[in-house]
Design a protein around this ligand. Structure first.
Ligand code: SF4
Ligand code: SF4
Length: 380
C-alpha cells in the first residue's frame, strides 16, 4: 500500500507551504521517513517543471515558493542540493532565472545544474527503451525529487510527476523522442522507463494553482509521496477522472506493474479526496493514441478522429515558438502573413499530435479541436 499525503494549501506564502509540507512529511512517517529518503549528506537533485522562460508565479512552471519551502526542509538533512531541468524551449538557466528559482537557489547555496551534459547508459529490464542518453545530473544524484505542476495535456491528458521527468532528456533530444514515439502509449512506456533509469525517489506536486487547458485554475492542493504513479493517480481523481486507467501513463504503469495506480493500492493521508474534488475541471479528453502502423490507415483515421491544433488568431503574437518547437522534419507548421504578423498554419497530414506547439505557446493561442466524429467518439 502506497501512502500519499494530500494537503490543502490556499496560497503561495512560503511559510504556509513549508508548514504544509512538514505536515505532509509527518503524515508519511516524520523524521524517520525523511532520514531514509535523504541519507545523511546525500546528493539531492530537485527537478522542478521549467517548461520555458515564464514570469515568476506563472502556473506553467513550479512556483518559486514551493521550491523554497522544499529546500528549507531538505537542507536539514543535507547541504548537497542541486536543481535543474531541460525546458521544452530555450535556455534552462534563463528559464530558471526568469521564474525566480535562481534567486531562491542562490540564497540557499543550491547549485543550478545544466541538463545539457549527458551520459549514455543502458537500462536492463526496461518496458520499452533500453538505450538512453540522459542528463548526467539527475542520473548521478543520490536522491531525485520531482516538483511537478498539475496540468492538463493534449496528448497525455495530464502532466504530473511521471511526465515531469521528461525534462531529464537533454535539450533538443526531447524532440527526437516525440518523433520516435508518436503514439501516446509508447511515449508513456518511455516515460516510465526514464523514471526507472533516473530513480526518481519522491514527488511533491504543486497544484495550488493548476493549469486547466491554456489557463490557470486554483485548486489549493499539494500532493506528495514516494510513488509517482500514486501521486498522479490521486491528482487525476481530484480533477474528475473516475478511472485512473483513462490516463495513458497510468494505464501503461498498471499494465506493466510499474508503481501503484488503483485506489485499492493507495492510502491517502491528510485531506479526504472527496473534500478536495474540483467537480467542474475541464478535462482533456482529446489525446491518447492516434498512431497506426499502416501509413494509409494512419493518415485516414488520424484525419477523421484525432484532435488538431487550432489557432486562436487574435491571441497569436507571431513569436514563431510553435514553429521552432515542432519536432517533425519537415516542420508541420508553416508561418504565413496574417493580420500583419507571421502566424502558424498546419499541414495536418504530417502532424504526429504531440501538441508541443500548443503546450509551449506563450500566449495560449493554440487550442485542440476534434472533428465531429472525434467529438462523438470521445464524449464522456
Ligand atoms: S501561436 Fe503561439 S507560439 Fe505560435 S506564433 Fe502565435 S503566439 Fe507564438
Ligand atoms: S504541429 Fe504541433 S502537434 Fe503537430 S507535430 Fe508539430 S508540434 Fe506536434
Amino acid at each position: 500500500m502506497e501512502k500519499i499525503a494530500l494537503l490543502k494549501c490556499e496560497d503561495y506564502d512560503v511559510k504556509t507551504i513549508e508548514n504544509k509540507l512538514r505536515e505532509g512529511f509527518e503524515l508519511l512517517g516524520g523524521d524517520e521517513f525523511l532520514r531514509k529518503l535523504i541519507p545523511i549528506n546525500s546528493k539531492v537533485l530537485l527537478k522542478p517543471n521549467l517548461l520555458s522562460a515564464e514570469k515568476p508565479g506563472s502556473p506553467t512552471v513550479t512556483h518559486y515558493s514551493v521550491f523554497e519551502a522544499v529546500i528549507r526542509i531538505i537542507k536539514e538533512y543535507t547541504d548537497n542540493i542541486t536543481f535543474g531541468d531541460s525546458p521544452g524551449f530555450g535556455d534552462a538557466r534563463k528559464a530558471a532565472e526568469k521564474c525566480g528559482l535562481i534567486e531562491v537557489a542562490d540564497r540557499y547555496g543550491v547549485k543550478f545544474e545544466d541538463f545539457l551534459d549527458s551520459v549514455h547508459v543502458k537500462l536492463d529490464n526496461s518496458i520499452l527503451c533500453k538505450s538512453w542518453n540522459v542528463a548526467r545530473a539527475p542520473y548521478e544524484a543520490d536522491v531525485v525529487i520531482t516538483l511537478p505542476k498539475l496540468k492538463t495535456h493534449a496528448m497525455a491528458f495530464f502532466t504530473g510527476a511521471v511526465k515531469n521527468q521528461f525534462g531529464c532528456i537533454p535539450g533538443t533530444q526531447k524532440a527526437a523522442w516525440h518523433t520516435r514515439m508518436p503514439d501516446a502509449n509508447n511515449f508513456c512506456k518511455m516515460l516510465l522507463d526514464l523514471n526507472t533509469l533516473v530513480g526518481t525517489s519522491f514527488a511533491i506536486l504543486d497544484g495550488i494553482i493548476a493549469m486547466e487547458g491554456n489557463g490557470p485554475r486554483k485548486m489549493n492542493t499539494i500532493i506528495m509521496g514516494e510513488s509517482l504513479t500514486a501521486v498522479d493517480s490521486v491528482a487525476v481523481s481530484l480533477i474528475g477522472y473516475k478511472d485512473p486507467l483513462d490516463i495513458p501513463v497510468l494505464k501503461e504503469a498498471n499494465d506493466n506493474k510499474w508503481g501503484a495506480v488503483l485506489s485499492k493500492d493507495i492510502q491517502v493521508v491528510g485531506e479526504n479526496v472527496e473534500d478536495m474534488l474540483v467537480t467542474d475541471f475541464k478535462l482533456s479528453r482529446t489525446g491518447g493514441s492516434f498512431y497506426f502502423k499502416n501509413q494509409v490507415v494512419n493518415d485516414f483515421l488520424k484525419g477523421m478522429i484525432a484532435p488538431s491544433p487550432v489557432l486562436i488568431r487574435d491571441k497569436c503574437i507571431g513569436c514563431s515558438r510553435c514553429y521552432e518547437v515542432c519536432p517533425e522534419k519537415p516542420k508541420v507548421i508553416k508561418m504565413v502573413k496574417m493580420d500583419g504578423k507571421n502566424k502558424p498554419t498546419w499541414n495536418m497530414s504530417q502532424c504526429i499530435r504531440c501538441f508541443c506547439c500548443q503546450e509551449l505557446c506563450p500566449n495560449g493561442a493554440i487550442e485542440t479541436k476534434h472533428s465531429l466524429i472525434g467529438k462523438i467518439l470521445f464524449r464522456k
